[in-house]
Design a protein around this ligand. Sequence first.
Ligand code: GDP
Ligand code: MG
Length: 295
Amino acid sequence: MFREFVDTLAFKELTPERFDEAASKLFIELVQSDVAVEVAEGIIGDLRSKVVGQRIQRGRSVKEFLESELRATLQEVFERAGWIDLEKLAMEQARQKGVFKVIFLGPNGHGKTTTIGKLSYRFSKKGLRVLIAAADTFRAGAIEQVSQIASLAGAGVFSMGYGADPAAVAYEAVERARRGGYNVVMIDTAGRMHTKKNLMDEMKKIIRVVEPDFKIFVGDALTGNDAVEMARSFHSEVGIDGSIVSKFDADVKGGVVVSLVYVTGRPVLYVGTGQRLEDLEPFDYKSFIDSVLSF
Ligand SMILES: Nc1nc2c(ncn2[C@@H]2O[C@H](COP(=O)(O)OP(=O)(O)O)[C@@H](O)[C@H]2O)c(=O)[nH]1
Ligand SMILES: [Mg+2]
């Protein structure tokens, strides 16, 4: 009895009403940071089921309490997805299997080819020999672009020209890599076909033929929900292992990272921070959460 009385003095219960009132502001904060609306709804829903009914110390505001719980919820989203040191994985697998095969997926213009150049550059500096498979045989200029990027990054290129079957290019590139003593094959793909179904079918075919060790989605931070929708499609059609978010140097709030991780359950490994080869940084979710929740 006495205990209960002390409790009502010391604590207040977080009722659904109190939660909804305070959470509507957090929801707006998330959306203003470019988190996709449905993802912000999902996160607030997760938060709701976790905290409604909890007792908050009197003197502590509901807002403060929810902010710290939201931080913890976001941390869980990132922790569940895990993090992978791709350079380490590439080195281990190249040692074990001879060639580590990575495929890059994502919409046209989101930064796949540029990102391949940046990663090749990082890998080359670690002593890995990288061969880039020019399997975007669709877009005009794609092969010239990849050749130029490869030569800057210290990587080789394998191409069979425009109009070639992308799966054949990827397959032959892996063969070439095995014979040529390369450690890593990075498969560049087209981001657009005549229809989305054609695109997905083509990606599935490449994946069936080369059985990549790692599938990376590349999404442009500036496009917001567009990148998230495409990531969802790629993930449900072929399954991705992680994402890289490009154009983080532009004035972005970064919520697209939260959306990608939430929707795919896979980590963001790096962010692109410019157009130069050096402009790729391993992604650190802890400092990122601080910047998204700027309260
Ligand atoms: N500012 C900036 N531009 C980028 C970044 N990544 C790619 N880009 C640019 O985005 C454009 C499209 O990139 P590209 O690699 O061709 O995209 P793809 O069609 O997916 O292969 C190019 O002009 C790149 O220079 C980045 O991290 N920051
Ligand atoms: Mg490209």
